[in-house]
Write a protein that binds this ligand. Sequence first.
Ligand SMILES: [Zn+2]
Ligand SMILES: [Zn+2]
Length: 119
Amino acid sequence: MVMFCPKCGGLMVPRKKNGKTILVCTKCGYTLDPSASKSNNKISGYKLTTKIEHTEKEKIIVIDESKIPKVLPITRDVTCPKCGHHEAYYWLVQTRRADEPPTRFFKCTKCGYVWREYA
Ligand SMILES: [Zn+2]
Ligand SMILES: [Zn+2]
């Protein structure tokens, strides 16, 4: 089994520590306990994309966050579904055919949660 460091992407090699085997990054020294990593899959924070499920037609829209404009207008006319905050950035995305109106997306200014407007 080959594991890569979740921090720097370096190769992780097994080492013995206190009688059990842990994985140590050859680049940055990051350690990982393979027996503990099964219960916490918290390596997802390194992804650059945000997946939003479109339940209507089971369609998943993947937002490439690098394509979100750097300066976004703010609206105070919304409520964050996650934390209840009333202020969010918004932008428009043409998700389907060009003759359909673009979908408005919001990003909470407080917790960073991204959601789309359901028309
Ligand atoms: Zn590393
Ligand atoms: Zn929020």
